[in-house]
Ligand binder design. Structure first.
Ligand SMILES: C[S@@+](CC[C@H](N)C(=O)[O-])C[C@H]1O[C@@H](n2cnc3c(N)ncnc32)[C@H](O)[C@@H]1O
Ligand SMILES: Nc1nc2[nH]cc(C(=O)O)c2c(=O)[nH]1
Ligand code: SF4
Ligand SMILES: [Mg+2]
Length: 244
């Protein structure tokens, strides 16, 4: 089977070693593989080059500016596994785009990497296949709130949210730009009975100054609601750069 990957330069697959910058595993040396394509269209998405392509006419996508050829690379699963195994970390973070759109090929990939601890970054709208799920150690689920600009019926799928709430391997990571967004996250936590110990609030932002400014008020709100805070370590270390 084949995987459609994002590129960090034209023709160069986005497979790289870095420190996990967000959430439960922040600070852990990890190999990242970034897949192309997404079923949502967040207006502040920091990796729009994985999905915002010319000719994609889904109705809620109003900005079109990346060239598909320059930003996608299709590789055999065995080739991707070889490139991952050649890097030092034995933790694998699979991200995108929305990686669960390619769950079948991912099941094959992680089957070839039995020594890796597997973490999946997902927007929480797509179910993993059973064949993939048995290999996954952690899900980092980031449900999208109204400020993402996605229609709620696409971004918040009740059946999926119930599932993730009851899945002990799932950690939630809500992206927050204003205190109002926290009210929305709190409402979801209550509706789906998500344990607060598995909830992170993370500032929206792609520069250190914005993250710091938002963390000042976000910290107080985390304390108030019993949530955890997540920084975006990679932004402080490397800036908003592909392959970091
Ligand atoms: C690019 S997404 C890929 C995985 C999946 N599509 C998702 O949204 O979870 C990886 C993570 O980056 C977060 N993210 C994307 N753009 C961001 C931004 N501008 N500020 C903060 N977090 C952002 C997402 O919410 C998600 O937690
Ligand atoms: N260092 C680093 N940590 C990350 N954690 C989640 C990421 C993502 O884009 O999914 C990410 C990323 O792109 N870089
Ligand atoms: S769901 Fe993830 S990859 Fe898709 S647009 Fe939103 S942040 Fe970007
Ligand atoms: Mg990222």
């Amino acid at each position: 089977m084949k995987l459609v990957l994002a590129t960090q330069a034209p023709g160069e697959a986005e497979i790289f070693a870095s420190l996990q910058g967000e959430g439960q595993s922040m600070g852990q040396p990890s190999t990242f593989v970034r897949l192309s394509r997404c079923n949502l269209a967040c207006q502040w998405c920091d990796t729009a080059y994985t999905w915002r392509f010319a000719g994609d006419n889904r109705p809620h996508r109003d900005t079109v500016d990346f060239d598909r050829k320059a930003n996608q690379l299709t590789l055999e699963v065995a080739d991707v596994a070889e490139r991952i195994a050649a890097l030092a970390p034995r933790r694998l973070v699979i991200t995108g785009g929305e990686p669960l759109l390619q769950a079948s090929a991912l099941a094959e990939l992680v089957g070839l990497l039995p020594d890796h601890r597997v973490e999946i970054e997902t927007n929480g709208t797509v179910a993993p296949t059973a064949r993939l799920d048995i290999h996954v150690d952690q899900y980092n689920v980031s449900p999208k709130l109204a400020h993402s600009g996605n229609p709620a019926d696409l971004a918040l799928v009740p059946e999926r949210l119930h599932h993730w709430a009851g899945e002990p391997r799932a950690f939630f990571k809500f992206v927050i730009a204003t205190p109002h967004d926290v009210d929305e996250a709190v409402a979801l936590v209550r509706t789906y009975h998500i344990p607060p110990a598995r909830v992170f609030l993370m500032p929206e932002g792609i520069d250190s100054a914005t993250l710091r400014e938002r963390e000042r008020w976000l910290a107080a709100l985390c304390l108030q609601h019993g949530f955890r805070i997540s920084d975006r370590l990679h932004i402080h270390l490397y800036g908003d750069t592909r392959g970091t």
